[in-house]
Write a protein that binds this ligand. Structure first.
Ligand SMILES: C[S@@+](CC[C@H](N)C(=O)[O-])C[C@H]1O[C@@H](n2cnc3c(N)ncnc32)[C@H](O)[C@@H]1O
Length: 189
């Protein structure tokens, strides 16, 4: 479901300010156990670019976002980086990658949209490719500040991903509170 929050300059600036002390460093440490350095990696929903900068230390990263505001921010802060406009559902790119990463992005998709995204991820990830995504943990969905948020539990994610990816790791972690988030790492079947 499309969300307008990330589309305006004001809300993008607000998000960058609110998220300034958060990053996916711990998730990326886990990803590095499964994906070799120098691998090509697509980041979906790079947003402020905090994780992109950490990923860029080890991988050949292509950053992406569906928000033009975030893309212009990403390009101006990282003039040597590669960034493309990409929707998480359609993933309409001719390129393929060794890995795909997102941190708190795919929860904006409804289940049906997430299934479409998973199928496209299968298409654009190379053989033995690795996916690594985080989600908010919980049940149901809500609209928060105009943003659609879809919560997931382990069993639901397993069911959605396991036709296309072997689940290598599926565990809860704390973003703000104990067990409020889930990390999934999978390998292309
Ligand atoms: C909660 S932010 C997370 C950003 C970044 N990964 C981080 O950890 O700070 C969600 C990001 O996903 C992007 N986004 C939301 N829906 C999207 C979609 N359908 N396709 C691609 N990006 C999307 C937003 O523009 C925003 O940059």
């Amino acid at each position: 479901m499309s969300t307008n929050y990330y589309k305006t300059k004001e809300s993008v600036e607000e998000y960058i300010h609110l998220a300034k002390d958060v990053n996916g460093g711990e998730l990326i440490k886990k990803l590095k156990k499964y994906l070799h350095s120098n691998a090509t990696l697509l980041e979906i929903g790079s947003g402020p670019g905090t994780d992109w900068r950490i990923l860029n230390e080890d991988f050949k990263v292509t950053g992406s976002d569906s928000s033009k505001e975030f893309l212009s921010h990403l390009k101006s802060k990282n003039p040597n980086g590669t960034f493309i406009e990409l929707d998480a559902i359609t993933l309409n790119t001719p390129e393929t990658f060794d890995g795909i990463y997102s941190n708190k992005v795919l929860h904006h998709l409804e289940d049906k949209e997430l299934i479409d995204s998973i199928k496209r991820q299968f298409d654009i990830v190379n053989n033995d490719g690795i996916i690594c995504h985080s989600f908010w943990k919980g049940e149901g969905s809500e609209v928060f500040k105009g943003m659609f948020v879809n919560y997931h539990i382990e069993a639901g994610l397993k069911e959605l991903f396991e036709s296309y990816f072997d689940i290598l790791l599926l565990e809860s972690y704390a973003e703000f509170e104990e067990g409020d988030s889930l990390l999934l790492i999978g390998k292309k079947k």
